[in-house]
Design a binder for this molecule. Structure first.
Ligand code: MOS
Length: 703
């Protein structure tokens, strides 16, 4: 059963319910949570990329006034082994990457902790390290699956034969850079143990995208039952996936608090430390082939991908996924191969898979359009599939073409000169480009639950252990709860961000609203069935959404079309993006204000990927040298003059009772390709690498 929600509050442009708390500074982020007598942790990070710690000399650190303890691989309390190598912090002398935590100081003040950490002397037995990603390596391997559990490779028909027989073809290698998640709020964990015996319990204030996810990881690593671990995260300043799964800093903070027997420990990860142990996006090398007839109808499509993982733990980015599903073609192949290197383990960064995985195909489609003499929008329309090419399932709704057409109208695409390098305005080449966006609707029915309680005086408390990492979830869920209970928005007291509330999935994969909203609707309906429209104070019902089977029957995706205008300086190659415009098909929009913010934010981050972001790995020492916001570039307001996000009206009765599709990630998908295509249109130079730098344009354009 999947009755649609009747909407009164859903779709309304409500202010954020947490807005006032945030702008007045009264909403506590993890670091600001009041605890009595806090102590402060500062880690010591390895200065070698591979080897073993042979000795930790903490005498000078310990002698410093205010130092409470120094944890080392040789004295740290033992954790459960064999669950997650990334989380086994200070459990062995082995060094897997430069920047790994090899010791930690806890002190009375953050300043003393940092000073003492500097005084800790670590000796290593160093081994040669290897951090070079290349398609020529002879040790590339095929992982068992790619994130989260997709088949590693896909094959239908014979794409190589289709390529050999093609009237028109594109074959090229496209690369995307290593990039690091840089949310505004760095990661912070505060750990408080209560009691110090076999019944001790733990409270953790954490900056996280999922309190239950973190709570379960901590319970597992410390051998506790989950009910003894409480994780609290009402306010989070962004994450982009880096707070979606546990990392060593959370475990280390709990470990330190355990050692101090009752003294709370705070660990505020610094911006520089974030480049070492909270995840990042792998660089990708994508060998892409398109085969088509003279009119640009695809007969074959393949993407063979090489990317990296860490030697101590595998993460396989699902970069080939969009190639599997985006366009029709009888013959198709995707492969993923990994190099296991002496680097930190890569992880989720906004639209893992789809984001890098739409760069190659969407630039290749632009190249095919040029080869066929077909407009790039028309080319995409000609390759629109009837059913999902990957699974054969019908789409629950697919409105990619409507996005292309509406975007073309709003952007003024009809006036575009068909030939590259045909518009110049003073010292600037002018060009425009288009690319497609897609992101799946991920659903995990039954894994989130919500409770509804009537408190009397017309007030309903709706509780779920969801996270609002700045996305607007708090507000959107309040709107959904109001409609599910058929009461006004202002009658709902929403409670989120605490493992004391019913279990909720992680705020990841753009799936929060789907999973949590479905649970809230289910709980509200059961509440009304049981208690009617006139409940007594204290009446309460907790429920999870049941599986409607739609995931088995339909392919479910959001779509978008992104348009970019670029200026490229004739003399310097400087690239500016005066205008980005996206039109999205994202189901029903719960809150236009927060939705627009998500889409504009995603597109801005896509511009950042196109022109700015690159983690520079120094091969000699094996670490990212530009590990701060002075040298790791993200766009400022001046870099992003105009970003417009629009959406079409889309009704999808299958995705969830709200009819909504995820919006947190689709905005970043395709943006970089649209900008690369616009750079080509401006200059005639085809850049197949992001970030696109001045020299890439300049060196070729003056030949
Ligand atoms: Mo998102 S990278 O799935 O948190």
């Amino acid at each position: 059963m999947n009755r649609s929600l009747r909407t009164h509050e859903v779709g309304v442009d409500h202010e954020r319910v947490d807005g006032w708390a945030k702008v007045t500074g009264t909403g506590p982020y993890a670091y600001e949570q009041p605890v009595s007598q806090p102590s402060y942790l500062h880690p010591v990070q390895s200065t070698v990329a591979r080897g073993r710690v042979t000795e930790v000399d903490a005498r000078a650190a310990t002698a410093l006034s205010g130092v409470l303890t120094v944890l080392t691989p040789f004295n740290a309390p033992r954790l459960q082994h064999g669950h997650d190598a990334e989380l086994e912090v200070l459990q062995s002398d082995e060094v897997w990457f430069r920047g790994q935590i090899v010791a930690a100081v806890v002190a009375e003040t953050p300043e003393v902790a940092r000073q003492a950490a500097d005084l800790v002397r670590v000796q290593y037995r160093t081994s040669p390290h290897d951090v070079i990603l290349s398609v020529d390596r002879d040790d590339l391997y095929k992982p068992e699956s790619v994130n989260p559990n997709h088949p590693t490779d896909s094959l239908a028909g014979d794409p190589d034969a289709a390529f050999d027989d093609a009237a028109r073809a594109v074959e090229a290698t496209y690369t995307t850079a290593m990039t690091h998640n840089n949310p505004l709020e760095p990661h912070t964990t505060v750990a408080v143990w209560h009691g110090d015996d076999a019944t001790a319990t733990l409270t953790v204030y954490d900056s996280t995208q999922g309190v239950h996810t973190i709570g379960e990881a901590i319970a597992t690593m410390f051998g506790l039952t989950p009910d003894r671990v409480r994780v609290v995260a009402p306010y989070v300043g962004g994450g982009f996936g880096s707070k979606g799964r546990p990392h060593p800093h959370e475990i280390l903070t709990v470990l330190a608090a355990q050692r101090l027997k009752g003294r709370p420990v705070k660990f505020a990860v610094t911006r520089q430390q974030m480049f070492s142990f909270v995840g990042y996006r792998t660089p990708t090398i994508q060998r892409m082939r398109l085969a088509a007839d003279v009119d640009g109808r695809l007969t074959g499509i393949s993407n063979d991908i090489v990317e990296l993982t860490a030697r101590y733990k595998e993460f396989a980015e699902q970069t080939g996924i969009p190639t599997r599903t985006m366009y029709a073609a009888t013959n198709r192949r995707t492969t993923h191969r990994l190099a296991a290197l002496d680097v930190p383990v890569p992880s989720w960064m906004r639209a893992p898979g789809e984001c890098p995985g739409m760069f190659a195909p969407e630039v290749a489609m632009d190249e095919l359009a040029e080869a066929c003499g077909v407009d790039p929008i028309e080319l995409r329309i000609r390759n629109e599939p009837e059913t999902d090419p990957d699974t054969g399932k019908p789409y629950s709704s697919r409105n990619f073409v409507a996005c292309l057409r509406e975007g073309a109208r709003r952007f003024g695409w009809a006036d575009r000169p068909p030939l590259a390098r045909s518009r110049r305005d003073g010292d600037w080449w002018v060009g425009t480009g288009v690319a497609g966006s897609t992101y799946p609707v991920l659903r995990r029915p039954g894994t989130s639950a919500a409770s509804v309680r009537y408190d009397g005086d017309g007030r309903y408390v709706v509780s779920i252990g969801a996270a609002d990492l700045g996305t607007g979830a708090w507000t959107a869920l309040t709107q959904i709860a109001a409609d599910a209970l058929t009461v006004p928005f202002s009658d709902i007291d929403m409670r989120i961000g605490d493992t004391g509330l019913p279990p909720a999935t992680v705020a990841g994969g753009s799936s929060g609203t789907t999973n949590w909203g479905s649970a809230i609707v289910a709980a509200a309906r059961r509440f009304r069935e049981k208690y009617g429209d006139d409940p007594d104070a204290g009446d309460e019902y907790t429920a999870a959404a049941t599986d409607d089977g739609h995931t088995e029957r339909f392919a479910m995706h959001a779509y978008g079309a992104q348009f970019a205008e670029v200026l490229v300086n004739v003399d310097t190659g400087e690239i500016r993006v005066p205008r980005l415009l996206g039109v999205f098909a994202i189901g029903r929009v719960i809150n236009p204000r927060t939705a627009r913010s998500q889409l504009v934010g995603g597109m801005t981050m896509g511009l950042s990927m196109a022109l700015h972001e690159k983690s520079v790995l120094d091969e000699r020492f094996g670490f990212v040298v530009n590990h701060d916001l002075a040298e790791y570039h993200i766009p400022t307001c001046a870099d992003v003059p105009s970003v417009e996000a629009h959406w079409i009206t889309e009704h999808d009765p299958y995705v969830n009772p709200m009819g909504s599709k995820g919006i947190g990630e689709i905005g970043i998908v395709g943006t970089a390709a649209a900008i690369a295509n616009a750079v080509h249109h401006a200059t005639g130079v085809r850049v197949r690498e992001v970030p696109i730098t001045n020299d890439a344009v300049l060196l070729t354009s003056h030949q």
